[in-house]
Design a protein around this ligand. Structure first.
Ligand SMILES: [Fe+2]
Ligand SMILES: [Fe+2]
Length: 510
């Protein structure tokens, strides 16, 4: 998302974010035990207030762009924001932190509801544009401090001013109780590799492939499948994605051609959970989504293996047989529903995943239909993985960056445009798994998107050949890294079509 989206005119008087809020007894967290139910409720309320604070800051920055500092609309939003800060900030300041394109309140991930996606993204863009990783507000902050801060924030032109310029202006403006932290120190933290988590991710991937295989086999043999194992794996997958999304998404580039359906199901599940997370799904809903995605092609269990494994081009008749897997998936799930507590969205996902955003896909519908959010997420994840994979009935996969370009050409037609934009944040503009040639003459594989949207074309890469073309098990480098003169140390010259050279970048994630 760009910083130049058309802003909607805020109307503070009508905005619920500015209505009076519940004031907590600030000593409550000290009185309620960790892990208790009451503490969970309190934590949730604090997160709601955190999201409210982001809303209020967003409105404040917009309002102050239009009005004078002392305008009544500005006063109203300033008062509301100060009340939220004083509610949240106790002995320590309240910190809104940006990490890896997510907003945090302290250490807690701030989830955005569907209505807040645009607000959060715009706020994240405005922080990124100014190189800000965190803003902290202490309880001592006064209305005048916040008003002045907002004014300085919007007066800084991100194109010409640096983080230090803004910091200096804040100091000169004698603004108390508000501080900003620069983004670079955080990027280093994000770049640190967590070996343990990486190993866990690999184990989970293998377990998930096993769980899909087990369920599909049960259906083929007419036995009632057990989804409990799959659910446990998906729960762990969601936990890992919430901690380190790129590590798990990197695994989607692993290709195991014999088990296309199993691998594809796991990849679609990982990509869907990552996208659902960006779309603001809470943890439990992410587990349901991941499970629905894992079994979106369940109907294929009822398609003859000789069609699924056919190596030559499909005939029209083959396609017709294959297409009914979307309906067979629902039939399979409905047949099994009495045996398990599967949510209805699993059946919906199986039915909707080939419908397309404009309903031009299959099954053909004879009645009006509104595709569920889960279905729209699946359409994006399913197509991306299908096109980037090598599969039995279309041997040549397409390079990830080309797939994204193709998908964007159909944005709003085949794919939900908002979800597609969020999806690029998951895989990166130069997506994970791409093979790149650097200006240093080294070859490198993209392993995770840039931590900062301003440097979206500078992902983290792993070097795989040196300047003279010798293969190396090179280090991971951040392409946004600069030398002492402020020049980028390495840049992508061009993307190399790894599929053209039948070069499997997946092994760099193994
Ligand atoms: Fe499918
Ligand atoms: Fe699929």
């Amino acid at each position: 998302m760009d910083d130049h989206r058309t802003p909607s005119q805020p109307d503070p008087a009508e905005n619920p974010a500015l209505q009076p809020i519940l004031i907590h007894d600030k000593s409550l967290p000290g009185k309620i035990g960790e892990g208790s139910e009451a503490r969970d409720v309190l934590d949730q309320q604090i997160l709601v207030l955190g999201a409210q604070l982001v809303n209020q800051l967003h409105i404040l920055l917009k309002t102050i762009r239009i009005h004078e500092r002392t305008n009544a609309a500005v006063n109203q939003v300033v008062d509301a924001t100060v009340t939220t800060v004083k509610t949240l900030a106790r002995d320590n300041p309240v910190v809104i932190r940006l990490q890896n394109d997510f907003l945090y309140l302290g250490d807690a991930h701030l989830k955005m509801g569907p209505q807040q996606v645009a607000i959060f993204l715009e706020f994240i863009d405005s922080l990124n544009a100014r190189g800000i990783a965190a803003i902290s507000f202490s309880a001592e902050m006064r209305e005048t401090d916040l008003r002045e801060f907002a004014y300085q924030f919007i007066s800084v032109d991100p194109a010409t001013c640096t983080f230090d310029d803004l910091k200096r202006q804040l100091k000169e403006g004698e603004i108390h109780g508000i501080d900003i932290e620069e983004a670079t120190s955080l990027m280093v933290r994000v770049g640190q590799k967590n070996k343990q988590l990486k190993n866990l991710a690999k184990q989970l991937y293998v377990k998930a492939v096993g769980a899909v295989g087990e369920v599909l086999q049960s259906i083929r043999e007419g036995r009632a499948p057990n989804f409990r194992r799959a659910k446990r794996v998906v729960q762990s997958i969601v936990d890992v994605i919430l901690q380190d999304e790129p590590t798990l998404l990197g695994l989607t580039t692993l290709r195991c051609y014999d088990e296309y359906t199993h691998n594809h199901s796991v990849n679609v599940s990982l990509l869907s959970v990552a996208l659902g997370n960006r779309a603001g799904y809470p943890r439990e809903a992410l587990v349901d989504l991941g499970l629905a995605a894992l079994f979106h092609d369940l109907g294929k269990a009822s398609i003859p293996q000789d069609i699924l494994n056919k190596s030559e081009e499909f005939t029209d008749e083959d396609w017709a047989k294959l297409r009914i897997h979307a309906t067979l998936g629902v039939i399979n799930l409905i047949r099994l529903r009495g045996l398990t507590n599967l949510p209805g969205r699993m059946a919906a996902a199986a039915f909707e995943h080939h419908l397309n955003y404009d309903l031009s896909g299959y099954p053909t519908l004879s009645m009006p239909w509104e595709v569920s959010l889960t279905g729209r997420i699946l359409m994006v994840a399913d197509c991306y993985d299908s096109m980037t994979s090598s599969r039995v009935y279309r041997r040549d996969p397409i390079a990830p960056n080309k797939v994204l370009t193709m998908m964007f050409a159909k944005s709003g037609i085949l794919y939900d445009p908002v979800l597609l934009k969020l999806f690029v944040n998951c895989v990166g503009i130069i997506p994970i798994g791409c093979l790149t040639l650097l200006d240093s003459h080294e070859l490198a594989v993209v392993i995770r998107p840039s931590a900062n949207r301003q440097t979206a074309t500078r992902p983290y890469v792993k070097l795989i050949s040196d300047r003279s073309g010798r293969p190396i098990e090179g280090p991971e480098v951040d392409l946004a890294e600069k030398d002492a003169d402020g020049r980028f140390k390495r840049s992508v010259v061009r993307l190399v079509d790894n599929t053209e050279y039948r070069f499997d970048t997946g092994r760099y994630f193994a």
